[in-house]
Design a protein around this ligand. Structure first.
Ligand code: UFG
Length: 328
């Protein structure tokens, strides 16, 4: 297959690019390199453009020549920033996706895998979250992901787009030491950043209604998540070959198990061997106490099973940190 990976030079995208290349697909990466970097994509073809900039639309159309499927990662992903700059988040995330979908329609490219997020659920009223629960995102970031899914559903009705939205839970780790998360936005890299600077890690609140009082999340290894994208593509191809309609479009990607902030920080202590004492600070606004994926749908429909647990996730993140410490 020839696959266009939009945002393929970023953290998750680069893992998928590497897997596609390893299995012999032709890959064209479209990325503005605002966060991503060229040294993550090996020998894959790069078309450097900003998909959310309509003046780049002609080059986007050109990059779609001969493409069978698109995997769309390109998006802004800082929840707090999305609250401060909502219009810009809509322009970037929804505007970018809209131009990609428009270009796909113009070129007759029918298959799309989209990076969605557990942020579509907001504060779900369930211990373990199934895809069909009501969705009330609580910030513009989550809204852009939910509206992205709706936009693809509309394109399906209008001109037969085949699409899958993968709703990522808490992504961490590295599939190879040179593919670590370059951002310091999430728990694991934020803890690393503090402890290598000789500071204690911070726990944002320990009075939540959870077993140890700290928030519980479903941590999924980025390599497992990357594999889920390939399985989604194969599922789409299988449906096409057998003439079957896709029964579902949205799939949670998680492990169906939760770990508390304290458990993650304890794992960082074990893996790094660096001595520290976690400090409890204020709760962070907008944190649900618990967010765990019901991942039965992706398992049943695609046969997806995560291979890695928390220790491997944190260990791989730490190995990657040695190669290239995270930076925003
Ligand atoms: N946390 C700390 N200390 C830190 C950093 C984080 O206690 O130094 C806590 C947070 O308060 C939260 C947990 O660790 O309880 C996980 O926080 P992250 O920032 O790593 O992840 P979130 O669950 O807030 O957000 C993630 C993604 C978002 C996505 C969301 C979906 O980063 O992009 O899941 O629910 F929107």
């Amino acid at each position: 297959m020839r696959v266009m990976v939009v945002g393929g030079a970023g953290y998750i995208g680069a893992h998928v690019v590497r897997l596609l290349e390893e299995r012999g697909d032709e890959v064209v990466v479209v990325d503005d390199l605002s966060y991503g970097s060229k040294d993550r994509i090996g020998s894959a073809e790069l078309v450097q453009l900003d998909c959310a900039d309509s003046s780049h639309y002609p080059e986007l159309l050109g990059a779609l020549e001969g493409v069978d499927a698109v995997i769309h990662f390109a998006a802004r992903k800082q929840v707090g920033e999305s609250v401060e700059k909502p219009a810009w988040y809509y322009q970037q995330n929804i505007g970018g996706l809209a131009l990609v979908l428009e270009a796909m329609a113009e070129k007759g490219v029918k298959k799309m895998i989209f990076s969605s997020s557990a942020a579509v659920y907001g504060m779900p009223d369930a211990e373990i979250v199934p895809e069909d629960i009501e969705k009330h995102p609580i910030n513009p970031y989550g809204e852009t992901k939910l509206f992205g899914e709706r936009m693809m559903a509309a394109c399906e009705r209008a001109h037969g787009l085949k699409w899958i939205g993968l709703r990522y839970f808490n992504v961490a780790g590295a599939g190879a030491p040179d593919l670590g998360d370059p951002a310091i936005l999430n728990l694991v890299p934020m803890v690393f950043e503090r402890i290598v600077a000789g500071k204690n890690p911070l726990i944002f609140g320990d009075d939540y209604p959870t077993p140890d009082g700290t928030c519980v999340r479903d941590y999924v290894h980025v390599q497992d998540l990357a594999v889920a994208h390939l399985e989604a593509l194969e599922y789409m191809n299988r449906c096409e070959e057998t003439g079957k309609d896709m029964e579902y479009h949205a799939f949670n990607v998680g492990t169906s198990t939760g770990n508390s902030v304290k458990e993650v920080i304890d794992m960082v202590a074990k893996v790094t061997g660096i001595p520290f004492t976690p400090e409890v600070s204020e709760r962070r606004a907008g944190d649900p106490p618990r967010l765990i994926a019901d991942s039965s749908r992706i398992r049943e429909v695609m046969g997806f099973e995560p291979k890695y647990g928390l220790e491997e996730t944190v260990r791989s993140a730490w190995e990657a940190w040695q190669v290239k410490p995270g930076k925003r």
